[in-house]
Design a protein around this ligand. Structure first.
Ligand SMILES: [Zn+2]
Length: 174
């Protein structure tokens, strides 16, 4: 139960209804319990940076296995959704009804388990940066002149005829 009053439940985002909170422990207590449970553990999730911030957990990169970070710039998107990754990596459809945090957590764990080997060496920033660049270059909507990835083929087409691209292309040696 949060200590501050709830202004808007936003159940459609997280699937938690107001009645789910009745009689539950305070968030302060919960935060300390989560801290206890996660100490020294590897944390797996999808785009969990802000979740960890709320829980006051400052993880070192080595402890987090984030499926959003891991597959950044894949599937033609900077941050592919968990729904897209579940479909591509596991061949399953998720988030069909109300949002379910437990389902999300479980699915990112499944993706992590399946793609475990790709995480093996990602303990240093150089490696992460290199892989990010590789992912970017492999996107079908990548512009090698500007070193950016567009969100769709329409965006790429618009980009190619745009001012920013023209400026860069002028100085580009083919
Ligand atoms: Zn460009």
């Amino acid at each position: 139960m949060p200590e501050e009053p709830i202004v808007h439940m936003r159940t459609f985002i997280h699937g938690i209804a107001e009645e789910d909170l009745i009689g539950k422990q305070s968030d302060r207590l919960l935060i300390s319990r989560v801290k206890e449970l996660t100490a020294g553990k590897i944390l797996v999730g999808h785009n969990i940076k802000s979740d960890l911030e709320v829980l006051e957990i400052i993880p070192t990169q080595a402890r987090v296995r984030d499926t959003a970070e891991q597959f950044a710039w894949t599937l033609g998107k900077q941050w592919p959704s968990l729904k897209d990754l579940a479909s591509q990596k596991l061949g399953i459809e998720i988030q069909t009804g109300a949002h379910d945090s437990k389902e999300d957590a479980f699915v990112s764990l499944l993706i992590f388990a399946k793609e475990f080997s790709s995480w093996k060496n990602d303990l240093n920033d150089d490696f992460l940066q290199k892989r990010k660049e590789e992912n970017m270059r492999s996107s079908p909507f990548y512009c090698r002149i500007c070193n950016i990835v567009c969100a769709s083929s329409e965006n790429l087409k618009a980009h190619i005829v745009g001012k920013k691209h023209a400026k860069k292309a002028k100085y580009y040696i083919y």
